[in-house]
Design a protein around this ligand. Structure first.
Ligand code: ASP
Length: 314
């Protein structure tokens, strides 16, 4: 892919009373597998929609959606996460509440089935935002989460990808299949969540953009809820999610967030060489998908006051 002329795609939905939008990772999924990824995203969006339909919070909805994707072995999060240079599963996740700016995150977490639930526990606990490595595992155990193992959570596909990279038959880099969710609830609050195994063959200790508030995950009722996917280092270096939320605050009531996201992706690629995708929901319930990678699976369910609309794609 040329970094000078990245392919670009964006779309934007009108305001909604409530809406949940999920992604299943930027990448280059083969045409045969795209419907499988879209279907996985659709199931996750329905889990979030069930929360919102019942009047639940955006925060509960994004957690519910990401939990479904962490259990789905097709995605690079929870079960099915990619492997690092030691062949181990090491996980990153974050969740943020746009009403209060409370956030919780875990980075370089050893195997646990539901990193997003641990991030949520950090948010609820409230003392610190981000726990890393062995300390994150201690925090999880202290909050009742049971550790798992790489063997229990590793899929054949993850092992095969890792082998290809180790044998130099494929490039290291983003695995595709990171997951995220953004939502707006009937109370007008937004929330965002992201969960990932990171990149294939990543160095021990590497942390990506996903668990970093303002880079891969951000939520502010005055701006937008945002989850990114793609070259984590590029999103980190451009403080992507926080800046796009500021764009959303400026565009509030006007629309055009899809265009703003495409502009930011283009600028990111030109400055850093990295590519990726992003989903967002602003405080008025406008949902937006943008990418400059060949694929990014997504699904949304939105309620406009009269009807529910749903769509999934890749
Ligand atoms: N952004 C993630 C990371 O760098 C990877 C991805 O989205 O595929 O950890």
């Amino acid at each position: 892919m040329s970094s000078a002329e990245p392919p670009s795609f964006s779309r934007e939905e009108p305001p909604a009373r409530w809406v949940v939008l999920v992604h299943g990772g930027a990448g280059d999924v083969s045409p045969e597998r795209r419907p499988l990824h879209a279907e996985g995203c659709a199931r996750a969006a329905e889990a979030g929609a069930a929360v919102l339909r019942a009047g639940g919070s955006a925060l509960d909805a994004v957690e519910a959606a990401v939990l479904v994707l962490e259990d789905d072995p097709r995605f690079n999060a929870g079960t099915g996460a990619c492997l690092d240079e030691d062949g181990e599963i090491v996980l990153d996740a974050a969740i943020m509440d746009g009403a209060t700016l409370r956030a919780g995150a875990v980075a370089a977490l050893p195997p646990f089935h539901h990193p997003i639930a641990i991030a949520r526990a950090a948010l609820s606990d409230g003392r610190h935002v981000l726990y890393a490595g062995a300390g994150a595992a201690d925090f999880a155990r202290a909050h009742g989460f049971t550790p798992s193992t790489t063997e229990a959570m590793r899929t054949e596909l993850a092992l095969q990808r890792w082998q290809e990279v180790r044998d130099k038959r494929a490039e290291s880099g983003f695995a595709g299949g990171t997951v995220g969710a953004v939502a707006r609830d009937v109370h007008g609050h937004v929330a965002a969540a992201t969960s990932t195994g990171g990149t294939v063959d990543k160095r021990r200790g590497r942390v990506g953009d996903s668990p970093i508030v303002g880079a891969g995950t951000y939520a502010d009722d005055g701006g937008a809820a945002i989850s990114t996917t793609g070259h984590g280092e590029a999103f980190l270096r451009t403080v992507f999610a926080g800046r796009l939320s500021d764009d959303a605050a400026r565009l509030r009531g006007v629309g055009g967030l899809g265009g703003a996201a495409s502009d930011r992706l283009r600028a990111m690629t030109l400055r850093t060489g990295g590519h990726g995708g992003v989903i967002a929901v602003d405080g008025d319930g406008r949902a937006m998908v943008a990418r400059n990678t060949p694929t990014m699976s997504f699904a949304f369910v939105r309620h406009d006051g009269a009807d529910e609309w749903r769509e999934a794609g890749a």
